[in-house]
Design a binder for this molecule. Sequence first.
Ligand code: NAD
Length: 480
Amino acid sequence: MKKLKMYINGKWEDPSSGEFRDIINPANGEIIAKAAEGDISDAKKAIAIAREAFDSGIWSDLLAVERAAFLYAIADKLEKRAGEISYLETLDNGKPLHETQFDVADAVACFRYYAGMVTKPDGVTYQVPDPMQAMVVREPVGVCGLIVPWNYPLLMSVWKIAPALAAGNTVVFKPSEVTPVTAQCLFEIIEEVGIPAGVINMVMGAGKTVGNEIAESLDVDKVSFTGGTATGRHIMKAATGNIKKISLELGGKSPNIIFADADFEAAIDYALFGIYSGAGQVCSAGSRLLLEESIHDQFIEELVKRAQKIKVGPGHDDETEMGPLVSKGHMEKVLSYIEIGKQEGAKLVCGGSQIMEDGMGAGYFVEPTIFINTTPDMRIVREEIFGPVLVVQKFKDEEEAVRLANDTDYGLAAGVFSQDGAKALRVIKKIRAGITWINCYHPTYNEAPWGGYKQSGIGRGLGTFGYEEFTEVKQININL
Ligand code: NAD
């Protein structure tokens, strides 16, 4: 059984507790690895090492081309191991191989994107009275604590690690305790390319211990977190001790609005893709489908037919379109929301159960599920379920569509489908969300900022915005 260790100061380390956690394949409940169960003392050690590495300038003082070369080298090695890593990601997280192959390719592209950015800084000078010269430079923040969830184990890690390293920071990284397998591969690569010891460290373990220590430590200058909104709130509080810089990428309950004049086929395809890719365990999932009244019944009839045909199965099977949920605990949470929906009086028109046939009962498979006849106050409409559960809302006109779409504490993503381009743009501009799509759902680019309004987070990942989150801004005023 593979033992996953922590990576601190350039060395692979056992946890000081001596404990290892079982890592489970969600397709069949079998143990696939044992992961180091780090604790607070391990986190403290990694933070001290990262602090020392940052203060020594061993990373930030490198020439930009030198840092870029390391990032390009990581991308190349990740690409060479793409087949193996996507296989392992599917084993650990459960999502179909075609999805994890896409995630690994995206991770490679993300490293290359930020490698390119290292050598292209731009700056600002201001016209101030002679003989003064005023300019602005960007510098690394310092020690960055990076904490990620289980839904895109590798990709979420890379979205943070690549820009943090590009900007010259040192890192303490914590993968999700549920899915640490591919982080191990990434750190093997980091070791192979020869990033100096101490610059990037990985501590595995629970959020309440390791994660909390990273958020609280006075030696961590910034925490960049992706995960649930409740955890984000906790991290914000924990980070107050040294007024840490924080970036939070949190949950969502995103509306996908379909007008009667939408391309019907495309809207059906994207409605399905919006909720069932990643088995709905996607922060930006289009989990609330808003349908214009006049097409509601016809749309639901077709949607249900198509949802029932989705091939659910183990992620390594070629025909599988949707995999299992990530863990037993998470499956139980999703099933409990389905019960809540029924009790609240919503009408279940598709799915609703765990799949037990063909030996799938040993895994955590849940049917693609659809509720109609919902009201805006229902918990299934308001709360993030994070599973293959679509809730449908009906609207009469543009004004009601916008009002329902914005009637949420979240503000991560939104979609609008209409063949009237002016209307689609008008509506999307009124939606309070950071990531929006017109006549499509889910395309994501390394170049474009990722993040949410309201309780979906603070700050932006990816693009130049994501890079800047890992920098401090300094003005330099020179008396010539
Ligand atoms: P989670 O909040 O339970 O855990 C995320 C990470 O935080 C894990 O590494 C966990 O160990 C750690 N953690 C937990 N408690 C902590 C604490 N008290 N202090 C510090 N760290 C702690 O989230 P999850 O269940 O792993 O992931 C699902 C959530 O992530 C969903 O809400 C989803 O919407 C969100 N998410 C958001 C984005 C985005 O970009 N906005 C992307 C992916 C996932």
